[in-house]
Design a protein around this ligand. Structure first.
Ligand SMILES: Cc1cc2nc3c(=O)[nH]c(=O)nc-3n(C[C@H](O)[C@H](O)[C@H](O)COP(=O)(O)OP(=O)(O)OC[C@H]3O[C@@H](n4cnc5c(N)ncnc54)[C@H](O)[C@@H]3O)c2cc1C
Ligand code: SF4
Ligand code: SF4
Length: 417
């Protein structure tokens, strides 16, 4: 990016991913996150932040700047894997709390680690998200200070959320916290740590998912509509959990309920919705949480080399990427909060093959922005030369052409409100 870009331009050019840290840095009186007509959570500029604040926001905004992990973090142990990034330890596992394991998105790994961090006194609060109480298809940022509150956030929310909108207030409060959120939210905290010395001591744990991208709110509305339930009649909307992967469940104020399987929701051709992810997700160089302390994706059951989604006891992977993450997983295991079993990188390759393709095609998708005269985000430290080698010239060209077609159709542009 050659010249300073405004928040409005970040949104308009499809680079915002909705983390909410700009609201936190500017103050909600100036910049406030809100759902737009496009169905995504975006900053609304009520009053322009001053130049100093805007310069800082630009340094921190993960929509336009990402700096990948340091090889140093695996210098003494583990590997910097070409595709999967830093891995100090790798295991498969789940929460030992059977109720949590059942109701969480996968095996309850993230919530179990969040609860463990609070119970062991390592943090004072957990920053995460939860279904909105007032509008159950939407998702609120949550700061939890009790185990029960942390547990209430278990489940995946396939829609916009702005988990970081309270971060600066929490830093000012002087507390220690863990963040449980998407890889790009984690990246925003790492960016913040480069300009705010408090982050290292006060946010010692960043725990994340593997992320296929964030769909708009229209997807949830279409699922409710499929059951002929208007938005104002929805009393509960669960994407998954209560099993693994568990059903997508809609409940109504008048006591009706509807369920669809994970495969029906995401892999069926005969439904009136798509996984309509935001443009920024299509050029995401790190949907696997390379900058986290621990990544906790699903540990899918495999049959004939393919991930299946038949109901089973929930399971995650624990990919410890830093010393802090490795120590956390080991301590949670020793203290009985989680159970683990061995797992290999070859199994990871097979289970999350979709993320391999996204990773190696990424440089081509990003490159096109600059070639087409669009603002180009600065992504450093993600081994892009190696990705180009791995994908090969033909697939690199196809990825570039696909991205170019989207840009020329202006499919990346977004309305401001
Ligand atoms: C948008 C999205 C895309 C996903 N894509 C993939 C994928 O490509 N591959 C894959 O294996 N799994 C994907 N998942 C599922 C994810 O891997 C599981 O949620 C993860 O394995 C954690 O399981 P768990 O049982 O430990 O989570 P739980 O213990 O149930 O905790 C879920 C955690 O996720 C956080 N969270 C949920 N939704 C959001 C959100 N919208 N924004 C920020 N934080 C959120 C919550 O704060 C909570 O801490 C996705 C989930 C989401 C929300
Ligand atoms: S990515 Fe985050 S910091 Fe950047 S504009 Fe969007 S909400 Fe704000
Ligand atoms: S795909 Fe990347 S940019 Fe999109 S929500 Fe996931 S981590 Fe963020």
């Amino acid at each position: 990016m050659t010249e300073p870009i405004s928040l409005e331009a970040i949104v308009a050019h499809g680079l915002c991913l909705g983390c909410g840290i700009c609201e936190s840095m500017a103050g909600a009186n100036l910049v406030e996150m809100a759902i737009t007509s496009h169905g995504q959570m975006r900053p609304q500029v009520r009053n322009e932040p001053d130049d100093v604040t805007m310069d800082r926001i630009r340094e921190v905004c993960p929509g336009i700047t990402l700096t990948g992990p340091s090889p140093e973090q695996v210098a003494d142990k583990g590997v910097m894997h070409d595709v999967w990034g830093p891995i100090r330890t790798l295991s498969r596992g789940w929460s030992t709390d059977e109720d949590l394991r059942f109701r969480s998105a996968a095996g309850g790994a993230m919530t179990a680690l969040g609860c463990y961090l609070l119970e062991s006194g390592r943090v004072d609060a957990v920053v995460h998200v939860r279904a909105s109480a007032s509008s159950p298809m939407e998702t609120d940022a949550l700061v939890s200070r009790t185990v029960e509150e942390v547990r209430s956030g278990a489940q995946s929310r396939y829609g916009p959320a702005a988990p970081l909108r309270h971060i600066m207030a929490l830093l000012d409060e002087g507390i220690r916290m863990a963040v449980l959120a998407k890889p790009c939210d984690v990246a925003a905290i790492r960016n913040l740590g480069r300009v705010d010395d408090r982050v290292e001591a006060q946010i010692p744990y960043l725990i994340t998912i593997f992320c296929g991208g964030v769909p708009t709110t229209h997807t949830a509305a279409r699922i409710a509509g499929y059951h002929r339930v208007p938005k104002d009649q929805v009393s509960l909307f669960r994407w998954r959990g209560n099993g693994w992967p568990g059903p997508t469940r809609v409940e109504t104020h008048d006591g009706r309920s509807f369920e669809l399987t994970y495969d029906k929701v995401w892999f069926s051709d005969d439904v009136p919705w798509t996984y309509d992810i935001q443009f920024r997700c299509k050029i995401c160089p790190d949907a696997i949480g390379e900058q986290s302390d621990v990544s906790c994706p699903d540990a899918w059951v495999m049959v004939d080399g393919k991930a299946i989604h038949e109901e089973a006891d929930g399971a995650n992977l624990f990919i410890a990427r830093t010393k802090a993450g490795e120590e956390l997983v080991a301590a949670a295991l020793a203290d009985g909060a989680i159970e683990t079993e061995p797992f290999t990188v070859e199994e990871l390759d097979a289970q999350h093959v979709d993320h391999v393709a996204r990773k190696i095609e990424n440089p081509a998708r990003v490159r096109v922005l600059g070639l087409e005269g669009e603002p180009e985000p600065v992504f450093r430290g993600y081994r892009s030369d190696r990705m180009v080698e791995l994908v090969g010239p033909d697939a690199d060209w196809r990825a570039e052409e696909g991205a170019r077609a989207r840009i020329r159709k202006a499919a990346h542009l977004e309305p401001m409100s």
